[in-house]
Write a protein that binds this ligand. Structure first.
Ligand code: UDP
Ligand code: MG
Length: 314
């Protein structure tokens, strides 16, 4: 009998945990009635929640000590850290990562399990087919993000791919070997390679509680992804620098020739000079800013701080 370990990050999820566990139990019973046989090992990671998430997890673990485990962080480290912490605990043959708000439908798991059992694939993921019901501004930025990162980076990310997936133990070991501090799971899942099949996924609303993401957090997360998986933006300054150097040489030649041909001519164009100075100054600042983003990430990496701190574990 195979065991599926499930990593479930929880941040202020007091309303959803029990609903999630009941839905999963129902799914497991139905799947086993259909003749599939798997056990489930849960690893709930309490990501420094401020509500009753931890006491609820403690109670759940007491009631179901045969399959429920939890680890609780000393503070909020973010979903990426929670996923990594979970992957470091699991013992099952297959490993799934899942949100606790039931936006990742439990009944996809048996299908994923069947596909892995056939042996051809190492990972079964889920990807959104449409962005219906989403804020159009968020959709626009999401689509631009996938466009940019897939153009710039060697690491390709399927648009709309969710973190929700079932992986073999071998793939999980490779992910664990990526110990970087700035973690961007969508990129990491793709970077390690292995054969992945994507099942279509229709958007589901949260069963309860509220999302902890807002526009700025998403934008920051997208930038982390780009900085983590491509060095291309660093070359931007070189490109702009080259183009402007060529342009300035051309205009120098133009000014000198004009003065030689007609010595009485006054060099005009105060406005254009100011515009050019501002343009180039702006581009220089942007370039330094890009450089700064990378240096900031390097700074965090070299400090080698732990990715998470577990306060309590069962
Ligand atoms: N989450 C977490 N730490 C955080 C933010 C979120 O562990 O700092 C968890 C959260 O409890 C949920 C999952 O990550 O299980 C996805 O979060 P959410 O539903 O808020 O994001 P969305 O589905 O809206 O992208
Ligand atoms: Mg969610």
């Amino acid at each position: 009998m195979k065991t599926i370990s499930i990593v479930v990050p929880c941040y202020n999820e007091e309303e959803t945990i029990n609903i999630y566990y009941d839905a999963m139990t129902k799914m497991k019973e139905e799947a086993n009635n259909d003749g599939r046989r798997f056990d489930i090992e849960y690893w709930f990671i309490d990501d420094g929640s401020a509500d009753k998430t931890l006491p609820i997890l403690q109670q759940l673990q007491k009631d179901h000590s045969e399959d429920v485990h939890y680890a609780s962080f000393s503070r909020n480290f973010g979903k990426e850290s929670a996923l990594y912490a979970g992957l470091n605990q699991v013992t099952g043959d297959y490993v799934a990562v899942m949100d606790v708000d039931l936006q990742d439908p439990p009944d996809m798991l048996p299908k994923m399990f069947d596909i892995l059992e056939e042996g051809e694939y190492d990972c079964v993921g889920s990807a959104r087919m449409d962005r219906k019901g989403e804020n159009p501004i968020i959709s626009f930025f999401s689509n631009s993000f996938y466009g940019v990162i897939n153009k710039m980076s060697q690491t390709k990310i399927i648009p709309g791919a969710r973190d929700f997936r079932l992986m073999t133990r071998q793939m999980v070991e490779s992910i664990k070997s990526m110990t970087e501090y700035n973690r961007f799971s969508k990129g990491i899942f793709s970077w390690v390679g292995f054969k992945t099949k994507y099942l279509p996924y229709k958007n589901h609303e949260r069963v309860a509680g509220t999302t902890s993401w807002n526009f700025w957090k998403l934008l920051k997360y997208a930038l982390t992804g780009i900085i983590d998986f491509t060095e291309r933006p660093l070359a931007l300054a070189t490109w702009f620098g080259s183009i402007f150097s060529v342009l300035s040489i051309v205009s120098f030649v133009w000014i000198i020739v004009r003065k030689l041909v007609n010595p009485m001519i006054a060099i005009d164009g105060w406005t254009s000079i100011v515009a050019i100075v501002l343009l180039i100054g702006g581009i220089q600042l942007i370039s330094i800013g890009i450089l700064g983003e990378y240096i900031g990430k390097i700074f965090l990496e070299v400090k080698k701080r732990p990715i998470y701190i577990i306060k309590e574990k069962k």
